[in-house]
Design a protein around this ligand. Structure first.
Ligand SMILES: C=CC1=C(C)c2cc3[nH]c(cc4nc(cc5[nH]c(cc1n2)c(C)c5CCC(=O)O)C(CCC(=O)O)=C4C)c(C)c3C=C
Ligand SMILES: [Fe+2]
Length: 426
């Protein structure tokens, strides 16, 4: 079968989109085309059970459909790949009767399902047919453990200190029912049906072992929608992700992932995800003039260039003043306050989804950012930066943190292994 993957897009602000290195383009439709030519439906022996044959003359998948990310690897998928068009974040709680054995069986089921769906194959059981006709579409499934998981499974001694609760922030308006959770799954794909298909599969796999605690659905711009690859925009209209750490940076691995020799040993090559549902007060934000909006962030809205001049990639000059002696990047500007060099080197990889859940009871849009950030240690990433933002960020008037979670995301599963096996069987 020819490799139908195309070079993937890359934005200045986000890491490589689509297949990670070692990833292969794959085409469910190409497989089905072969089956159609011989008049066969692919069976389990073909490794892609469940979907009926497509016409032999079917056109190859588009670059969107053929993007494939590998499930097995050093790190879990869904961390360093570029933003995907559709996302679901789901937290589960283990049920009363479920302990370590049931949790291990669940992680095994989820890993098998993730491996198959990410390869563009049908789910192992009772496939719903929702992703029929589509390729993997850069689907990723990422699994994490919340603080509560360890007590419920008798694994308290294995709980990382990094999972200690996040401090309270004065700007928090957290809904506890939509926060935390024993297990967390992040699903991303460049096709909405592929993402939904994966969501249903993992919900069904949960069976009687775990029940959904909360679910959030998000989106990003569809790859290929812009004339050229560029940094994503959020629902406030800003380029968001410009200064993200890049995989090519020498300290990228150290900042984002627990080292292979790190503690606890089951977290080797893993990472910590901080998840915040941040509502944007868009009615207020959209009343601001363009100049005022730009002062809040410290960058130009159109092209993301710092207010001190240049283009999106130009380093921000924090000392530059205007004719009145005022800083051109205000002291309260979000992009000034969040800089690693103003926060003891604190860095994180921001990989969010936007969300829109209609209009709230107060008549304003229930929309904003499903802020997901990745770091080797939340106490040296999210926490110091959020503490600083809490004290004096001009953006805080226009946002509200409504839900929060912190999850330990173990390293990637090796071939034949399931995610979290080193914790559950260690
Ligand atoms: C605690 C961490 C952060 C939260 C919460 C957060 C919320 C948030 N941010 C934007 C929009 C932008 N953020 C930008 C930069 C930026 N933000 C953070 C951290 C948090 N943001 C960091 C670490 C940085 C990069 C700082 C740097 O390295 O210099 C920008 C500028 C462009 C960019 O670099 O991405 C924008 C725009 C929103 C809308 C938001 C909550 C809804
Ligand atoms: Fe930010």
């Amino acid at each position: 079968m020819p490799d139908q993957s195309l070079p993937q897009t890359r934005t200045p602000g986000t890491p490589v989109a689509g297949p990670v290195s070692g990833a292969r383009g794959v085409s469910r439709r190409a497989l089905l085309g072969t089956a159609g030519a011989t008049g066969l439906a692919l069976g389990a022996a073909g490794g892609a059970a469940g979907y009926a044959a497509a016409p032999a003359q079917a056109a190859p998948l588009s670059s969107v459909g053929s993007g494939r990310v590998m499930f097995h690897g050093k790190h879990q998928p869904g961390i360093t790949e570029g933003l995907q068009a559709c996302g679901h974040l789901v937290a589960f709680d283990l049920t009363a009767g479920a302990g370590r054995r049931e949790a291990a069986a669940l992680l095994r089921r989820w890993s098998v399902t993730a491996g198959r769906l990410m390869a563009g194959e049908a789910a192992p059981h009772d496939d719903t047919g929702v992703a029929r006709d589509a390729g993997p579409s850069s689907l990723t499934l990422t699994f994490g453990f919340g603080r509560g998981f360890f007590a419920r499974t008798g694994l308290e001694k294995q709980r990382p200190g990094a999972l200690d609760p996040l401090p309270d922030f004065s700007s928090d308006h957290l809904d506890r029912a939509r926060s935390d959770g024993d297990l967390w799954v992040q699903i991303g794909a460049n096709d909405a049906l592929v993402a939904f298909h994966a969501l249903r599969a993992i919900q069904k796999d949960a069976g009687s072992a775990a029940r959904v605690r909360w679910q959030m659905n998000g989106f990003n711009r569809t790859p290929g929608a812009t004339a050229h690859p560029m940094t994503a925009r959020n629902l406030m209209g800003q380029l968001d992700g410009t200064r993200n750490p890049k995989p090519a940076d020498t300290d990228f691995e150290k900042r984002i992932f627990v080292p292979a020799s790190g503690e606890p040993t089951w977290m080797a090559n893993g990472s910590y995800a901080v998840v915040r549902r941040i509502r944007m007060l868009l009615d207020d934000w959209e009343k601001l003039s363009l100049t005022a909006q730009q002062q809040v962030i410290g960058r130009r809205k159109a092209d993301g260039a710092p207010l001190s001049g240049g283009d999106e990639t130009t380093p921000m000059d924090l000392e530059k003043t205007d004719a009145d002696g005022e800083y051109v990047v205000p002291l309260t500007a979000h992009a000034r306050i969040t800089r690693p060099d103003k926060n003891g080197g604190a860095a994180m990889l921001r990989r969010p989804f936007s969300y829109h859940d209609g209009i709230g009871p107060d008549g304003t849009p229930d929309a904003g950012l499903l802020f997901v950030c990745w770091q080797a240690d939340p106490l040296r990433g999210f926490v110091p930066v959020q503490r600083k933002l809490d004290r004096g960020d001009a953006l805080s008037k226009y946002i509200r943190h409504e839900a929060s979670g912190l999850f330990a995301v173990p390293g990637g599963a090796a071939e034949g292994e399931y995610v979290g096996q080193r914790l559950l069987e260690g």
